[in-house]
Design a protein around this ligand. Structure first.
Ligand code: TRP
Length: 443
């Protein structure tokens, strides 16, 4: 149960509440959400089941898992690729987590009071372009992750997932109601519910695919490592379905908070990474402006919970990389954790400053932060997922797969066959097609 909760804690994070709304906003709304849901069904769920199978059967970290299941082959590169991906995501993810900390401080000091939409945009822009603040907060967040990794407060993570996630969920539900009832919110609801397929292009497919892996923590062996702690009789398909459902519900709920409010106060849905930070404070001040105490309490609670949700996700990435260095290079755990914290912290500082002093430093026209986000979510994770599907569908002994998928032989044979077919054909071909489509092969 603890391991499953930890996996859910890894999945639910900034990916759902920060990244999903801004990707949806960039990609035109409802049509993107439909494609995203299809991606979860055809790519996300099967790859999650595959990662669970690899992890639980090998009972090892993601890099060693392939050496155990396919000794002497090149499959171990899939594990290493995942470790590298985790490294890169952790570096810039903590930047956004640092922004959350700033908003915790702002909420506590009542900085949102008496402000209107344009002020929130200014507030965000002046904060992220500050020459040191975002870097310091990012470092703080990285150190918090480091402490938990080295002190090993697993019990604390389980407990926080058990209590905090339901509280976060209820708060999100409440905020969605507040947002939907703002005057002028209906355009936002239309944006979420009325698909406009004229805006769908290759980029939208790639965004939905990337978001699927990102949000579900897939493609880098994170859930594979967590599954190595699952019990032998845990039903992997059911667990995958529960985690994917919780994760998608949180994301869609976040959409129902952000878009009605954004339309109500005149913020463009394609504002990018700033979207939730410039939209949400409006919900607190507009819905509870007359009762400032409630506005403050709600926003404080929200940003604290969001920071904690981010923490359970950063822990999962940090753990994968730390465990790899610890087990494969014989570093002590402490040393391994420091290497990860320092190197990722360095990446994080550069990304944190890429909204201000380093904004002129670009790679293919993208700032460092955007480049890391693009390369990890849209290239590295789907590539990892592609090979994980192929490995499980084609190379793993089917007796192993059958035994893992259905330890008590309770899985319906049709479902088993469907999972195999998806892992062998549908997921790899689908992911490859999204890539080729993006490169312009089909246009
Ligand atoms: N899924 C997390 C979120 O939604 C982020 C995350 C944690 C992640 N571990 C991961 C993303 C591994 C990709 C791979 O915020």
């Amino acid at each position: 149960m603890g391991a499953i909760l930890a996996a859910a804690g890894s999945a639910v994070g900034l990916g759902n509440i920060w990244r999903f709304p801004y990707e949806t906003g960039n990609s035109g709304g409802a049509a993107f959400i439909l494609i995203y849901i299809a991606c979860i069904l055809f790519f996300g769920l099967p790859v999650m089941i595959a990662e669970f199978t690899i992890g639980r059967h090998s009972r090892a970290n993601t890099a060693r898992a392939y050496q155990i299941l396919a000794p002497g082959t090149q499959w171990r590169w899939v594990g290493r690729w995942g470790v590298l991906t985790g490294f890169c995501i952790l570096g810039y993810y903590t930047v956004v987590a640092g922004w959350c900390l700033e908003y915790v401080i702002d909420s506590a000091s009542n900085a949102f009071a008496n402000k209107v939409s344009a002020d929130f945009v200014d507030m965000f822009n002046s904060f992220v372009s500050n020459p040191w603040k975002p870097a310091v907060l990012m470092t703080l967040f990285m150190l918090a992750t480091h402490v938990i990794i080295t002190k090993g407060v697993q019990k604390g993570i389980e407990r926080s997932a058990k209590i905090l996630m339901p509280v976060l969920f209820i708060l999100l539900l409440f905020l969605a109601v507040c947002s939907i009832t703002l005057p002028g919110a209906s355009a936002g609801i239309d944006f979420l519910l009325k698909p406009d397929f004229s805006k769908v292009n290759a980029d939208v497919f790639l965004s939905a695919l990337g978001q699927t892996f990102y949000s579900l923590s897939l493609g880098m062996g994170c859930l594979c490592t967590y599954a190595s702690y699952f019990r032998a009789d845990t039903k992997l398909p059911n667990t995958a379905l529960s985690i994917a459902s919780i994760d998608s519900m949180v994301a869609i709920l976040a959409g129902f908070i952000i878009f009605p409010a954004a339309f109500a106060v005149g913020i463009n849905p394609d504002a990018g990474p700033s979207l939730i930070f410039i939209t949400l404070p409006n919900v607190f001040t507009q819905a509870f402006g007359d009762i400032p105490f409630i506005a403050t309490a709600l926003s404080l609670m929200f940003y604290i919970l969001l920071s904690l949700a981010a923490l359970t996700s950063t822990i999962s990435m940090h753990e994968v990389v730390t465990l790899y260095l610890h087990e494969e290079f014989n570093f002590t755990r402490k040393k391994a954790a420091w290497v990860v914290t320092i190197v990722c912290g360095f990446i994080g500082i550069l990304c944190a400053l890429s909204f201000g002093v380093l904004s002129d430093f670009t790679i293919f026209g993208k700032t460092l932060f955007d480049a890391f986000d693009f390369v990890t979510a849209k290239i590295m994770l789907p590539t990892g997922g592609f090979f994980i599907a192929i490995f499980t569908g084609w190379f793993l002994d089917h007796r192993v797969l059958r035994a893992e998928l259905s330890p008590c032989r309770t899985l319906h044979p049709y479902i088993y066959r469907a999972i195999i077919i998806i892992l062998r054909y549908v997921a790899p071909a689908g992911i490859a097609m999204v890539f080729f489509n993006e490169l312009g092969f089909f246009s």
